[in-house]
Design a binder for this molecule. Structure first.
Ligand code: ADP
Length: 548
């Protein structure tokens, strides 16, 4: 027997309509590319999204067509989120940090019809324009006064385009399984692959984002969205914030410590979210401004890479802010687990809470998790056994765009994340490593992530990466590659002595190399493939001992 409730489709337009009606005055603040801080609100964003939707219709884009953005976090990018998906078109958010040849690859793969571009990226597109076969025109996200001279063909100004349109529109209603947005994985190996979200998956994920035990965002929050709108829907925050009417603060292109700090302070930010590298830049600034205070910052969502213990500690010590360590993937919309404390942890000393917080968190409602061995047998949730981490659920991909990679789920719909993890009896998941990055030493596994987390706890270390280097006796041994802090002094021997009491004896790196910088992927993760290439022939001191 079917239930008798209304089958109202879950559509992205309902989010912005809701916030415009119930939280119309709530601010959306952006540091603009042109310079000044810009203020608008949900009511205006809804109105302008409708103008933009009307403009898109006059441009002749059809239901299901892809419209791309190459842009920083700003109110205009937010308007595109709602206008494009709201009309039943697909918003393709391009990561500008991809290599240019990857950008033309994904534009052609997605068959983008129009590209909306921030001033910063106009030259990038000028270099690629002859290769972008499907693109009918470009829209520069600025006003007439700032329109650049450009060789891009069929180019228009965003504000002029909007200015010519009415804000009268009733968002169309269609099947909730319609595609809404498209985001390509950064493709550290092979071509990037497209993850195609639907309205249904996005709205369900938004409920997930707002739940009290996940990000717990609500109308009292002011959220600084450092995670880019071009990276996995900025972790779903632009949608979740509209669902609950939270204030949004966008940093534009200014990700330096000073600019980020000023927004945190001046906009009364209560929640912020970003990858660890951004917080390292903030800490560098804070090191030089010891009296810097933030009275409102309460929660910091850190994900994309493991949040080091020292980072969680610093947010706590300096601002009394609680880190919510999160894990997910582009393929998962992206939220999988979120690290909040359980009631039994609340009375424990901070040191003990830290042990819980360094884990990547507990599975959220909507995401099934399990770990398996290489034969696919499920492993116990005892916090010790580690294996391949598999996920499934309504906001997890069922296959890449245009069937790249073929069938990616097992017969029971489980998706292999490529991560290796433990699950403990309380449901906390901890990533040991990417399966490709784990170091295999004498038949045992060493977690590069654990070693990196410990190494960055040293006061003179800015950033650290650990990779496996071939070893005649042990197959692989860890090599620690370190970027020192400006003015920081530390030697190989100091670092090894610092690590020794903190890790298992046989995990101690065999050598330490100091470099000026580490390579990163387009989403800010350590690019280990490149490091492994660079140090492929590196001779560990212990290797010659073993050979003798
Ligand atoms: P990309 O587009 O670079 O693949 P994703 O955000 O989709 O970006 O990357 C997902 C991967 O990032 C995960 O599979 C995992 O390896 C890593 N990751 C994400 N969050 C964390 C975290 N909190 N700790 C450790 N690794 C993480």
């Amino acid at each position: 027997m079917r239930g008798l409730m209304q089958e109202t489709p879950l559509l992205i337009s309902s989010l912005i309509e809701y916030s415009a009606t119930y939280h119309g005055d709530t601010e959306i603040v952006s540091r603009t590319i042109e310079g000044p801080i810009h203020r608008t609100n949900y009511r205006e964003v809804n109105r302008r999204s409708k103008r933009l939707a009307n403009a898109l219709t006059t441009l002749g884009v059809q239901f299901g067509d892809r419209v791309a953005t190459l842009a920083w976090n700003s109110y205009r990018h937010l308007e595109l989120y709602y206008a494009v998906s709201g009309l039943g078109l697909v918003l393709h958010t391009i990561n500008p940090r991809l290599f240019p040849e990857q950008i033309d690859y994904i534009v052609n793969h997605a068959e983008d019809r129009y590209i909306f571009v921030d001033l910063t990226f106009v030259p990038l597109l000028e270099g690629l324009k002859d290769k972008l076969k499907s693109v009918k025109g470009f829209v520069v996200m600025t006003d007439e006064a700032h329109m650049p001279k450009t060789s891009l063909p069929n180019v228009q100004c965003y504000e002029t385009l909007l200015g010519a349109q009415s804000d009268q529109l009733t968002w169309p209603v269609f099947d909730e399984n319609t595609a809404s947005s498209l985001c390509y994985t950064s493709g550290t190996t092979g071509n990037p692959k497209g993850v195609l979200y639907s309205h249904r998956s996005t709205v369900l994920h938004s409920f997930g984002v707002c739940m009290a035990d996940t990000f717990g965002i609500n109308s009292g929050d002011s959220i600084l969205v450092i995670v880019p709108l071009f990276h996995a829907n900025a972790w779903g925050i632009p949608y979740g914030a509209a669902m609950c009417g939270a204030k949004l603060v966008f940093p534009g292109m200014a990700m330096d410590g000073k600019s980020v700090f000023e927004l945190l302070r001046d906009e009364g930010v209560t929640v912020t979210a970003g990858v660890p590298t951004v917080w390292l830049m903030l800490f560098q600034y804070l090191d030089q401004h010891k009296d810097a205070k933030l009275s409102k910052l309460a929660r910091v969502v850190i994900g994309g890479s493991a949040a080091p213990r020292a980072m969680i500690q610093r947010f706590h010590d300096q601002f009394g802010a609680r880190t919510m360590h999160a894990w997910g993937m582009t393929e998962m919309s992206p939220i999988g687990t979120i690290g909040n404390l359980l009631p039994k942890h609340l009375d424990r000393p901070f040191d003990e809470q830290l042990e819980v917080q360094v884990k990547q968190g507990r599975g959220v409602y909507g995401v099934d998790l399990k770990i398996t061995d290489d034969e696919g047998r499920e492993l116990p949730r005892d916090g010790k056994a580690f294996g391949n981490l598999l996920v499934r659920g309504p906001w997890i991909t069922s296959g890449y765009f245009r069937n790249d990679g073929g069938q990616i789920l097992d017969p029971d719909n489980w998706f292999d994340t490529g991560d290796v993890a433990t699950l403990d009896p309380d449901g906390y998941m901890q990533i040991t490593d990417r399966s490709k990055d784990v170091i295999k030493s004498g038949g045992e596994w060493i977690s590069s992530i654990d070693l990196e987390n410990e190494a960055v706890g040293h006061p003179a270390v800015q950033e650290a990466a650990v990779i496996g280097v071939p070893h005649p006796k042990w197959q692989e041994r860890p090599l620690l590659v370190v970027v020192k802090k400006k003015g920081g002094e530390v030697s190989r021997a100091d670092l090894l002595a610092y690590l020794a009491p903190r890790i298992a004896k046989w995990w101690l790196p065999d050598d330490v190399v100091f470099v000026d910088e580490l390579p990163h992927t387009a989403t800010g993760k350590l690019l280990k493939t490149k490091l492994r290439e660079r140090f492929r022939d590196y001779k560990l001191p212990s290797a010659s001992d073993a050979a003798e």
